[in-house]
Write a protein that binds this ligand. Sequence first.
Ligand code: AMP
Length: 179
Amino acid sequence: MKLILIGIQGAGKSTQGNLLNENLQIPYLSTGHIFREMAKEKTPLGRYIKETMNAGYLIPDNKTLKIVESYLSRPEYEKGYIMDGFPRTAAQAQKFKNGIDKVIYLKVSDREALWRLAFRNSDGRDDETLPAIKKRIELFHKFTEPVIEYYHGKGKLIEIDGEKSIEEIHKEIMDKIGK
Ligand code: AMP
């Protein structure tokens, strides 16, 4: 099964992604994690990714698509995956030809997300500053809401109230994907 998790930062995507990974035995991956690993590389690409992430901006679509497609071509993702953080723009969604089954949108208000992030231990992640978080929320509304519309139009969207408890949300996702 190929699942996508969508929501603003702080919506609970990685919490739900890890729970789904445990219960469904499907690998979980996130573009944020992939890019953070790449940002450690002391190469021009690594430095570029680091600066872009720390400002809260998006990596360009063509680079993102190439990187994601090369990851997903690995044998461990052949049968399925739970993807967090991609597609983030309408262009990424339209160009991604990987046969997604369902897109799970964890809906929380900006206010709730900012509140949660203020108390989250981000282990000194230098892309989790308040200006970068605010930029990401702004870009979510501008670029990622059209992705939600796109999958809604394809009948693949599952919208979940992300302000419920972790257990309730997990159960609702499992019900809605038929597990
Ligand atoms: P995240 O952990 O998902 O918030 O991602 C952290 C950062 O990685 C974002 O602010 C972007 O700079 C970059 N990033 C992650 N996923 C994408 C994507 N699908 N397209 C462009 N940039 C991305």
